[in-house]
Design a protein around this ligand. Structure first.
Ligand code: CA
Ligand code: CA
Ligand code: CA
Length: 414
């Protein structure tokens, strides 16, 4: 049913061997790459002597959120970071970690979107869904307008901008580069000149679940089908791999472009760089509501950015409203959404079913966009999101489902 994906470089020593096991193991990092943030006022002389000491060879990029430098070193990234952290001039230094898309494809088939409207068509439980049609009606979207929705930002593998169910939707578009390693280790600073073309399918699939055109006679319908999209490509290649530096800079880019809901179907290890980018997006300016995949390890693993307190962590359910076997369960899981055999848009045209907390996350981002269009603050949207649920599992918040599976009809009422 699922396509096993093999790691192809030393940077990807963790093989993605199972259905949806796609988060990075601790210590899985970009070779020879260190993110270092110096204390304010550190002189150029001190900086260059420290970097010489750790064998720095090149400045690869910068972290937009905090000005940290991304440097390439000759030897071990961890050893260089450890050495830098011993200097009073260094606020923090850490290896640049690997971030991964959290889904794998299976057969390309048309099917009903049970996640939006479950009639038992896949053999599941009727109404084990997010109440899409009921929610659209209650939100005044029952005439299926094509524009007017809240813009949603997506950090992923890019998008097929020309897809029949997505064309005209992409209004912000930038990409990091994959670099000399083929998939990671390139320039982590997104540039609009590079476009945001999808080289994987994952990003196009996520985009369709959030905002595919509704009532246009073709394909599927996104939860927030009248939303335009801000796209930042941080993940690359058939493995959907990127670095912490690239993901952090994409968050900052999208927040700066006014994407007030940002969807991240990806994850990896903990990182000070990622945390600071997340905090800045959540707290800064108008603020953005950040939504990310809980992870596909099927255990209690904390996956970042989801596990930061500033980010809504999304678990996956199936067509019986049961926790998906791959979905991580921990005390940080905040809400759940359908994530098993989700049909959505495919790069190059057509539609495909994927499974993963990656597929659950955009359902929640779509619900958040419908909430946020009414105005208010990200904190208010988050409170509404957490209460507009159908409680599953143990009563109240629990590690498998968080507060419960999101429900658009409940989200539609102020
Ligand atoms: Ca459609
Ligand atoms: Ca969280
Ligand atoms: Ca519960």
């Amino acid at each position: 049913m699922h396509r096993p994906v093999k790691a192809v470089t030393a940077a990807c020593a963790l093989a993605l061997a199972t259905a949806a096991s796609a988060s990075a193991a601790p210590g899985d990092h970009v070779p020879h790459t260190v993110i270092v943030k110096y204390q304010p006022g550190t002189s150029a002389t001190v900086l260059s002597s420290l970097e010489r000491l750790v064998g720095a060879q090149a400045l690869v990029g910068r972290i937009s959120a905090n000005g940290a430098r991304v440097i390439r070193v000759a030897g071990s990234a961890q050893a260089a970071a450890d050495r830098l952290n011993r200097s009073a001039s260094v606020e923090y230094a850490e290896p640049d970690q690997v971030m991964r898309a959290t889904a794998v494809p299976n057969d390309a088939r048309f099917a009903e979107l049970y996640g939006l409207h479950n009639t038992g068509q896949t053999g599941g439980t009727p109404d084990a869904d997010v109440d899409g049609p009921e929610g659209w009606d209650a939100s005044g979207l029952g005439a299926f307008p094509s524009t007017g929705g809240l813009k949603v930002g997506i950090v992923d593998t890019g998008i097929d901008k020309a897809h029949e169910d997505l064309n005209g939707k992409t209004v912000d578009c930038a990409a990091t580069t994959a670099g000399v390693l083929g998939i990671i280790g390139g320039d982590p600073v997104p540039a609009e000149s590079r476009g945001c073309a999808d080289d994987n399918d994952h990003g196009t699939h996520v985009a369709g679940t959030i905002a595919a055109k509704a009532n246009n006679g073709v394909g599927v319908a996104g939860v927030s089908f009248d939303s335009p999209l801000g796209i930042c490509k941080a993940l690359h290649g058939t493995l959907g791999v990127g670095s912490t530096a690239a993901v952090a800079n994409c968050i900052t880019y999208l927040a700066g472009k006014g994407n007030r809901v940002i969807s991240m179907s990806l994850g990896g290890g903990e990182s000070t760089t990622l945390r600071q980018a997340v905090q800045q997006a959540w707290n800064g300016g108008n603020g953005s509501l950040l939504i990310a995949a809980a992870g596909n390890d099927g255990d209690g693993t904390l996956n970042y950015p989801a596990a930061y307190p500033e980010v809504v962590s999304v678990a996956a359910t199936d067509d019986d409203d049961q926790r998906a076997s791959f979905s991580n369960a921990n005390s940080d899981v905040e809400v759940a959404a359908p994530g098993v055999d989700i049909l959505s848009t495919k790069r190059g045209g057509g539609y495909v079913k994927y499974s993963g907390t990656s597929m659950a996350t955009p359902h929640v981002s779509g619900v958040a966009a419908v909430i946020a269009r009414r105005g208010g603050t990200p904190a208010q949207w988050r409170t509404k999101l957490d209460t507009a649920v159908d409680d599953l599992g143990a009563p109240g918040r629990d590690p498998s489902y968080g507060f419960g599976r999101v429900n658009l009809a409940k989200a539609a009422t102020p």
